[in-house]
Design a protein around this ligand. Structure first.
Ligand code: TRP
Length: 342
């Protein structure tokens, strides 16, 4: 496998991102909010896309389910257009350096600082002190290690990860201030609101895997997708206009439509002038299926050949491990650990 560099030989800035293997299928919000961006960015950046299985065990999960979802998540990266010849696709637990750097960074993170992470506060309140664990508490430090190991310049994430990115930057700066310039301070790349996809049944809430009735899960049967779209909540009135406040349901359908079909929202409004919500929904079914059908077929092709998928993931890990090792060696030396024989 080629070392990572662009065709022209000029080094591209590095990018890192990841998703947790916590679902069987991405929904259209994950797809439009993350995967489509990942695919666009892989030309300009030397991209590393990770399936963060170590993050996924911060909540209880059956081992076989985790294994299946790890493959399913990787297969969907590839089906969505991540090109393993161009970008590295790998599984977090395959590169031991993630856990090793997490320890070093943990020793630089304040207890109160970690306790202020809003996602931790939300999740631990939901599960209660009994259901919560230390892994959930240190989750953002593992995420910082993911990013800092690869000298990533850019990290595309959703708005919900902004605070974790800020912690990552603070930890890199703190390390550098304490031990000398060592770690690259990454830039967040917060994916904008245009890709904000809401729940079809409750348009005031974000689309989420935990509310399947309002989610468009891409690997679902076409019949299910059709039903969810046709029964999406719309608003009073009959005109198809984009009005976030007065017509959040219709606005959401238009946003999904526009993102998948490429026509901008004013064009869609004009095209649907004088037509009803039913027409819009019927056409949206076709637009969604035009994306979901090949996506499902490609994903299934990978999942039906797990040996090939595992080979791609092993190649990805082989490609990124030397980068991670070099960073960790630098860090260990700075911290004052005695050099190990290798
Ligand atoms: N915490 C991220 C999420 O839930 C996933 C993640 C883990 C990640 N490590 C990362 C994202 C590093 C970007 C970079 O969405």
């Amino acid at each position: 496998m080629e070392p990572m560099s662009s065709d022209t030989g000029a080094p591209r800035p590095r990018l890192f991102s990841g998703m947790q293997p916590t679902q069987d299928s991405l929904h259209i919000g994950n797809y439009l909010g993350a995967l489509v961006n990942w695919v666009c960015m892989q030309e300009e950046f030397e991209a590393i896309y990770c399936v963060v299985d170590m993050h996924a065990i911060t909540v209880d999960v059956e081992p076989e389910l985790l294994r299946a979802r790890t493959r399913a998540t990787a297969a969907q990266y590839l089906a969505g257009g991540v090109d393993p010849a161009q970008s590295a696709v790998f599984v977090q637990s395959h590169v031991a350096e993630h856990a090793e750097l997490t320890w070093i960074l943990s020793c630089l993170t304040g207890y109160g600082e970690a306790g202020r992470m809003t996602q931790f506060k939300d999740k631990s309140t939901k599960t209660g002190a009994e259901g919560s664990n230390v892994g959930l508490f240190t989750y953002p430090i593992l995420m910082a290690a993911d990013i800092l190991l690869y000298d990533a310049a850019k990290v595309p994430v959703g708005e919900d990860q902004r605070q974790h990115l800020e912690l990552t930057r603070n930890l890199a700066q703190r390390f550098n201030a304490r031990y000398g310039p060592t770690l690259v301070v990454p830039e967040p790349h917060i994916v904008k609101d245009t890709a904000k996809i809401q729940d079809l049944a409750h348009p005031s809430a974000k689309m989420s895997k935990s509310a399947p009735a309002g989610a468009l899960t891409l690997l679902d049967d076409p019949k299910v997708l059709r039903k969810r779209i046709m029964s999406a909540v719309t608003d009073t009135g009959r005109e198809i206009t984009f009005d976030e406040e007065a017509k959040p349901g219709v606005a959401n359908l238009l946003r999904i439509y526009s993102a998948l079909d490429g026509r901008d929202i004013p064009t869609l409004e004009a095209d649907y002038q004088g037509r009803g919500y039913g027409d819009l929904k019927k056409d949206l079914v076709e637009v969604v299926l035009a994306v979901a059908t090949p996506y499902r077929e490609k994903t299934m092709a990978y999942l039906n050949d797990p040996a090939e998928l595992d080979r791609i993931l092993a190649d990805g890990a082989d490609r990124v491990r030397p980068i991670a090792r070099a960073t960790l060696d630098r860090v260990y030396e700075r911290v004052g650990f005695l050099a190990a024989r290798r």
